[in-house]
Design a protein around this ligand. Structure first.
Ligand code: EPZ
Length: 431
């Protein structure tokens, strides 16, 4: 049964938050968006029924499933977070601009489609709010592995005659989806592939686990060098999606901003080494257990400095949320964004709430003012919208965050989860 893309909440909704209510209780963390997306794309590598457990119900997941449906893929939901996918009857190998422009991660179908079908035509994703987001590492890497790749009329056209030969690729920068795309292409290559200076985010480890359970031969999980011994064919498999570390970090930071005591369940504290270090320095009381966090905050964090780095460094996807926290600190914090060239879109909106933030290129200086005042603000991208929600939870008065479709891309049931721990937060039509 396919659910139409239009079945999710109205895209022009807003979120209205009455600030100042501490958070107390339990929040269940969902599966990781950035693990589910490449794993869904990996099902293109072989026919048969694949089963994915702990899949989050998000706009981005529906977007890639809509894209897969245009390729002839069938899928069904078995219960709230189990997805079964069958790519036996692929009818096409083109990912159109209309779909790819709504989610750049659609580029993840390029590698698997190419080696399954012998060719793939995928629209260039175009930029987004946080940067130009080129995919040269993906296209240059596929060429290095023996594909013919041309860019024309806004599309990447990749072709192989028979099987992808394989080869050695050195990443100028450890690109997350670049690593995932080449990894998925290499598993069905004729020869051996060596990928060097690859990304080491945990979501890549989850993808590697899926590929190995499908019969792929891969060495170097969690390291910066992957060796893939190409196999002739793969089998459908099942996998459990790892917990979403960015959703986890977002709620940890929220407790730090407004105060309270919350238990985050079904998460993996080991996936957030840099954030837990920084939050402890900021004065939060964090207890890590096997699959949950206990976090206590008093709403008066200490200032800390942040520099975003590739994993296991501080995640760029938590930079905006951390900046919101620092606006409540009693001091000055220095935030340096090294991954994306334009990931300070949330600054102008935080300033509307009274934040004192100076931006100079890739750096921001946040002077904690001991409090913000609610106002109308606008979400500009996924993690910026989370930053504004955190600010609204701790600000004096009411904050309205518009364009919450950005939030729907990466946060499952955010209003319900926060309401469940005492936040006064509602989703309304933004007339
Ligand atoms: C992934 O994006 C994540 N998305 C992003 O999460 C995350 O912010 C990012 O990794 C960094 O951790 C998914 O996994 C679906 P990159 P990705 O390739 O792979 C440059 C979210 O909030 N670059 O690691 O697109 C690029 O411009 C999203 O969930 C090239 O120059 O990021 C950026 O500056 C946002 N050429 C840097 O590398 C390329 O071919 C890192 O990008 C590819 C990337």
């Amino acid at each position: 049964m396919r659910r139409p893309v239009s079945s999710y909440p109205d895209i022009m909704d807003k979120i209205v938050i009455e600030g100042g209510h501490e958070l107390h209780g339990e929040i269940r963390i969902s599966g990781a968006k950035n693990a589910a997306l490449p794993i869904i794309a990996a099902t293109l590598l072989t026919p048969g029924w694949h089963t994915l457990y702990n899949v989050p119900d998000l706009r981005d997941i529906r977007t890639i499933l809509s894209l897969m449906a245009t390729l002839g893929v069938v899928w069904e939901k078995n219960g709230p977070d189990t997805l079964r996918i069958n790519t036996a009857d692929l009818s096409g190998c083109e990912a159109s601009y209309d779909l790819v422009k709504t989610m750049r991660a659609s580029v993840l179908v390029l590698g698997p489609l190419l080696v399954r079908m012998g060719r793939a035509r995928v629209s260039l994703p175009g930029g987004c709010a946080i940067g130009a987001r080129p995919i040269n590492f993906h296209t240059q890497g596929l060429k290095k592995l023996g594909a013919e790749v041309v860019l024309e009329q806004g599309y990447v056209e990749a072709v192989i005659s028979n099987r992808l030969p394989g080869g050695t690729v050195y990443f100028d920068f450890p690109s997350v989806t670049g690593t995932e795309n080449l990894l998925m292409a290499a598993v069905l290559a004729k020869g051996t592939t060596v990928l060097k200076n690859v990304a080491r985010e945990p979501e890549i480890g989850n993808l590697i686990d899926m590929l190995i359970s499908m019969g792929a031969e891969i060495e170097g999980r969690d390291t910066d060098k992957l060796i893939i011994y190409g196999v002739e064919s793969l089998n459908p498999a099942e996998i459990t999606i790892i917990p979403d570390r960015i959703e986890t970090g977002t709620y940890l930071i929220a407790v730090g901003a407004v105060g309270g005591e919350v238990k985050l369940t079904h998460c993996d504290p080991a996936l957030l080494p840099a954030l837990t270090e920084k939050l402890r320095l900021a004065g939060l009381d964090l207890t890590e257990m096997a699959d949950c966090f206990l976090v206590r905050g008093n709403g008066s964090p200490l200032s800390v400095d942040i520099k975003t780095m590739v994993y296991p460094g501080f995640p760029t996807d938590l930079q905006a949320q951390m900046m919101a926290l620092m606006t409540f600190a009693d001091g000055t914090s220095f935030i340096n964004e090294t991954i994306f060239e334009n990931r300070f879109m949330h600054v102008a909106e935080l300033r509307r709430l009274g934040a004192d933030i100076k931006v100079d290129g890739a750096s921001a200086i946040v002077r904690g003012s001991g409090g913000l005042t609610g106002a109308k603000v606008m979400a500009t991208d996924l993690r910026a919208s989370a930053s504004l929600v955190i600010a609204g939870l701790a600000a004096h008065g009411v904050t309205e965050v518009s364009r919450v479709y950005h939030l729907d891309r990466g946060y499952e049931n955010l209003v319900k989860k926060l309401t469940g721990v005492g936040a006064v937060i509602q989703r309304k039509e933004d007339n």
